[in-house]
Each structure stands twice: as structure tokens, then as C-alpha cells.
Design a binder for this molecule. Structure first.
Ligand code: ZN
Length: 125
């Protein structure tokens, strides 16, 4: 029983990792960076005023294609939570929900592969 349970978890993790590897092949570098870092770099305010309200939008500075939008009243109070919008249809892995810890781990390895890594030999005494 215990053995079966131990096998099931790595299989789900391997599937999640494969899914992320496949999705990442379509992602531009900025998407991989934003997803691996777990954040966007929101920049700039584009605002439209209509009677009583400001519609405010921001874009991600890394140009991953993510935007977010909120509404302020004329006194500057935020009336809605920021809502994200992804202009790149590959950004979200549709039908797969949120990325798990295994998916995020795979994404970090992809991120490392995009950068130079210094090999360090530990000294043996
Ligand atoms: Zn971003």
C-alpha cells in the first residue's frame, strides 16, 4: 500500500514537469522569467477617465504580455482588485489549473539552462 502511494506522487510530478517543459517551448523568454520569478514587473499607468471613475492599466516591463487593470474612483480609492490579462494565448496552460511545486521546480531548471552557471568544486580536506 505504502509502496503504491510513493509511486503515484513521482508520476504526477513527472507529468507536471513534462507539461511545463512542453509549454515552455512555446513561451518567449519573458514569460519563462515572469513565471519562474513568480511575479511581473508592473510598469506605467495608462488611464482613461469617465464620469466618476478612472480605468487604470499596467503592462509588465519584461514584455511577457501580461497586463493588469483596475478601477479607481475620482478620490483615488481602488474599487476593484487588479485583474490580470494575458495577451499571449500560450501564457496560461489552459485546462491544467495552477502550476504545482513540481512544475515550478522544472521551470527553475529551464531558467538555469538559459543562463550561465558556474561549476564550483568543493575543496576536500
Ligand atoms: Zn511579466
Amino acid at each position: 500500500m505504502t509502496r503504491r502511494r510513493l509511486r503515484a506522487v513521482p508520476r504526477a510530478e513527472a507529468a507536471e514537469r513534462a507539461l511545463v517543459r512542453e509549454a515552455a517551448e512555446k513561451w518567449k523568454k519573458a514569460i519563462i522569467e515572469c513565471r519562474a520569478n513568480g511575479n511581473h514587473q508592473w510598469d506605467g499607468w495608462t488611464a482613461a477617465h469617465r464620469r466618476g471613475f478612472y480605468d487604470v492599466s499596467q503592462r509588465c516591463r519584461r514584455r511577457c504580455g501580461a497586463e493588469r487593470h483596475t478601477v479607481l474612483d475620482e478620490a483615488g480609492y481602488q474599487l476593484e482588485k487588479w485583474k490580470p490579462r494575458y495577451t499571449d494565448p500560450s501564457y496560461l496552460m489552459h485546462g491544467h489549473g495552477r502550476m504545482t511545486a513540481a512544475g515550478k521546480a522544472e521551470l527553475r531548471l529551464i531558467m538555469l539552462a538559459m543562463h550561465s552557471v558556474i561549476e564550483v568544486e568543493d575543496e576536500t580536506a
